[in-house]
Design a protein around this ligand. Structure first.
Ligand code: BG6
Length: 505
């Protein structure tokens, strides 16, 4: 492989641009491809971050020609792009867009795909490098991987790289994820496998590491001595949209808790990595995931719910069981909350409360550290009635930023202490807009930078946390909550049992 000797990766003046390559997307007609991947490809091109010799290949069952595919891709990119639309950028991209039609068990179609790639090597100078994005249901991974193995497409050599990108949820439990991991690793070599958890591509999530390890202010209080509890919330106001089939088989715990929330927990709780490098960061995250403990009393501390009809932003929302494609007796959860522990010297005894849900009052993701109260208050009890716990809240989205909440004297002639907050907002501090998570992650795949991708062992350690929960919930019915409410009452009771309450983000 040739690399540019004049390009030093530490030089910030030059953007990192991948080597000539192709991106092959399986499931190109799906939601993810249309709403995230294609727009991300356009945005990268628009920012000048794609190599001049770049090709995009779509693979799907539909009977399309290159032109029809290019049109779909254009519409999708135009509708969801983050950066301004520039026709000339799209036209340049469109010149190297190809479509291959076929089903996943169709040998001829995969032979054609391999031939198309070989073709692009000479016609578009992509140098044989290619990343394959599996934007397909996990049940289809085996057949696609086998096809890639059969056609030799998965093979990296000294002259070219071949990488594969797999979307979460990776498996449905520990045994199935192990099986999948073994399969993927038997077809691609481990360093060529990129497992996507798009939360790691979010600026605010990456900033957790800057916040903790680039500053001296926070680390001394980032432990059980000072932290009373941690709440990690990922709330959505939307329902399940058109994904009933996927969601019925998945549920909130497998869809979000197993990956996004546990990754946020890992980044919040991890020790400092030896270096800011993929392996070192992954090692520290894995240690946390393996140190997670489940509540002894799951009945009290592991709650799941399902939304019933209600009102959201002045609009009537139907119940989950009335969604199109959902069984009228479905026991799939749309809300999950759990109290976890991290059994390390730093965190022993600190509860980590995690919750996620659909059809909650608003879309918000945040990590809130609530600090212990001062051991002694030299004031009259009435002076501090309005003083709560000091809190540090990392706002992952929206209103990306951070809030520090602490007590302050209310101006006047008496001593009265009340909570105030200090805010850092990305929008105010930086002129650059944050790239979309998929923009960053796609670019990293093409660059071969695995820092923001969980490795195999992390995925498995995460399933080891979720499996016992699923087992406990297996014969239970989720608690109902009305669409537009913050989850079922049992979730409130879960915190109240320990004298705490969920934050209202
Ligand atoms: C996906 C889940 O991983 O994340 C979806 O499968 C969820 O159910 C989505 O809606 C939320 O992502 P974001 O970036 O909008 O918070």
């Amino acid at each position: 492989m040739t690399s540019n000797p004049l390009r030093d990766p530490r030089d910030r003046r030059l953007p990192r641009v991948p080597e000539p390559c192709a991106l092959v997307v399986f499931g190109i007609t799906g939601d993810l491809a249309r709403k995230k991947l294609l727009p991300a490809v356009y945005d990268l091109a628009n920012r000048g971050l794609l190599p001049t010799n770049f090709a995009l290949l779509g693979f799907a069952r539909r009977d399309w020609g290159d032109m029809e595919f290019a049109e779909l891709a254009r519409t999708a990119a135009r509708e969801h792009a983050r950066t301004p639309w520039r026709e000339e950028v799209w036209e340049r991209l469109a010149a190297s867009v190809r479509f291959v039609q076929g089903s996943f068990d169709d040998d001829a179609a995969f032979d054609e795909l391999a031939a198309a790639l070989a073709d692009l090597e000479s016609s578009h100078g992509i140098g044989g490098n290619a990343a394959f994005y599996l934007s397909i249901p996990p049940s289809l991974f085996p057949v696609v991987l086998r096809q890639m193995e059969r056609t030799g497409m998965a093979e990296s050599t000294d002259d070219r790289w071949r990488r594969v990108v797999v979307e979460k949820p990776f498996g449905t439990d520990l045994p199935s994820s192990r099986e999948l991991n073994e399969l993927v690793d038997s077809v691609f070599s481990a360093q060529d496998v990129f497992r996507i958890d798009h939360y790691l591509g979010k600026e605010t999530v990456q900033n957790l590491m800057a916040l903790r390890f680039a500053n001296s202010l926070f680390e001394p209080v980032w432990n059980a001595q000072h932290v009373d509890s941690v709440q990690i919330t990922m709330a959505e106001d939307v329902g399940i949209g058109g994904r009933a089939d996927f969601y019925e088989r998945t549920g909130a715990a497998r869809d979000v808790l197993q990956n996004h929330l546990l990754q946020l927990l890992a980044l919040t709780a991890m020790e400092e990595p030896v270096e800011f490098a993929a392996e070192d960061i992954r090692t520290e995250k894995l240690k946390v995931l393996r140190a997670i403990s489940l509540p002894a009393d799951m009945r009290q501390f592991a709650v799941r719910g399902q939304y019933e009809q209600g009102w959201l932003a002045g609009q009537r929302a139907c119940g989950y069981r009335d969604e199109k494609g959902v069984s009228a007796e479905s026991t799939t959860e749309t809300y999950a909350a759990v109290r976890l522990g991290v059994e390390t010297r730093r965190w022993a005894g600190v509860p980590f409360y995690l919750r996620t849900g659909k059809r909650l009052p608003r879309r918000v993701t945040e990590i809130a550290l609530s600090f212990r109260k001062a051991p002694h208050l030299p004031f009259a009890p009435t002076d501090t009635e309005e003083l709560g716990h000091n809190q540090l809240v990392v706002r992952v989205q929206p209103d990306e930023g951070m809030t520090l909440k602490f007590g302050s004297k209310v101006p006047g002639s008496v001593m009265e202490v009340r909570d105030v907050s200090m805010d850092f907002l990305y929008g105010e501090q930086f002129t650059e807009a944050s790239p979309e998570a998929y923009e960053r992650l796609l670019l990293d795949v093409l660059l071969g930078d695995a820092t923001l991708f969980p490795r195999n062992a992390e995925v498995e350690a995460s399933w080891a946390v979720i499996d016992p929960l699923e087992e406990f919930w297996a014969d239970t019915t989720p608690y109902p909550y009305r669409a537009g409410e913050w989850g079922p009452r049992a979730a409130e009771e879960m915190l109240a049992a320990e004298g705490r309450a969920w934050r209202r983000p």
